[in-house]
Design a protein around this ligand. Structure first.
Ligand code: WQD
Length: 322
């Protein structure tokens, strides 16, 4: 059976493609290459260049490749940009998903996985976020992910599709240097950029109600995110009818900005003494996953440490930014 992977040439998507191929699965990638890079795809993986909004193209790909499952990873993913351009985010992330689902349902596809995000929780006021923690997204980006989960669930029930939504926490690292994150939108690459320019890393606020005053997150290696997809695929293949899951992907380990800076300093050998600036609006003090449900349901646990994430991201940084 062949899996369609939308967004498969992107940072996370390409890691999923690689893990699927290593697991011996047939895949075809659909990517508009707006941020994707064909060089990230393993040899022999077919790439169809195009948009998730292109229904005729989707019909053709699903038929020609006899697709029986979809991993829908294509999306816009910048929180700040979504506040400026909500219409674009709703079009790409909600309408794009709706079109893919409609094409999949009509083609008789019975397995569907959606990339979701911890952004659906907004500012959770619990120490450990479980899938039962109420969702209250704080940006159009987070809203599109939550609406996407509802859409997938509804279509799954109506059309007899097994469905899984994976809520990624803070993704970092790279499986190989070539697969590194080209974006400079998250803590680890933002620190790399500063230290490369000979500037002190910035800490957005150190007066949060946390032990060292800086924000706490749950960082997860992108290679672990990829194996979680493979575990979900196995489940969808074994039991499409009985599967309707929403699962966190995290390590269940809280790491503060200052702790992350210390690891980056150790791994890179650079000075990471930071400059503290004001809080970034909308940042919750603490967001840490419970990963118990995904372990129970799929037998998956994270393998990689914070040091693995930082050292592999640093190797990737040398390739993409030098
Ligand atoms: C982490 C912490 C910053 C840069 C975002 C999205 C989320 C998900 C992942 C997609 C925060 C602090 C950062 C810097 C800093 N995306 N920081 N100095 O905001 O937790 O999550 O990306 O699904 O939905 O919201 O990640 O990496 O931007 O920030 O102090 O130079 O690092 O304030 O506390 P965030 P992040």
């Amino acid at each position: 059976m062949t899996w369609l992977i939308t967004g498969g040439a992107g940072f996370i998507g390409a890691h999923v493609v690689r893990a699927m191929v290593e697991d011996g699965r047939g895949v075809v990638v659909l990517d508009d290459l707006s941020t994707g890079d064909p060089a990230r795809l393993p040899d022999g993986v077919p790439l169809v260049e195009g948009s998730t909004l292109d229904r005729a193209l989707l019909d053709r790909v699903l038929k020609e490749h006899q697709v029986s499952g979809v991993l829908h990873i294509a999306a816009k993913k910048q929180v700040g940009e979504s506040v400026e351009q909500p219409l674009r985010y709703y079009r790409e992330n909600v309408e794009g998903l709706r079109v893919v689902l409609e094409a999949a349902a009509e083609a008789g596809v019975r397995r569907f996985l959606l990339s979701s995000s911890a952004a659906v929780y907004g500012m959770p006021d619990v120490d450990i976020v479980t899938e039962a923690t109420p969702c209250a997204p704080m940006s159009p980006y987070g809203e599109t992910k939550l609406i996407g989960e509802w859409l997938v669930r509804g279509v799954g029930r109506a059309h007899g599709m097994g469905t899984v939504a994976l809520r990624y926490f803070n993704v970092a690292g790279a499986a190989t240097a070539e697969l590194g994150d080209p974006g400079v939108f998250n803590l680890v690459p933002m620190v790399f950029e500063r230290i490369d320019e000979g500037l002190p890393p910035l800490v957005f606020g150190d007066d949060y109600p946390t032990p060292d005053g800086t924000c706490i997150r749950d960082y997860i290696h992108v290679a672990d995110v990829a194996t979680a997809h493979v575990a979900a695929v196995r489940r969808l293949e074994a039991d499409p009818d009985g599967t309707e899951l929403v699962l966190n992907i995290g390590r269940g380990a809280g790491v503060s900005v200052r702790e992350m800076l210390a690891v980056i300093g150790r791994v890179t050998g650079r000075d990471t003494a930071a400059e503290v600036v004001s809080r970034r609006p909308g940042d919750p003090a603490r967001v840490v996953a419970s990963a118990d449900l995904i372990t129970r349901e799929l037998g998956w646990t994270a393998e990689f440490s914070l040091e693995d994430m930082v050292s592999s991201a640093w190797a990737g940084w040398q390739v993409r930014h030098r």
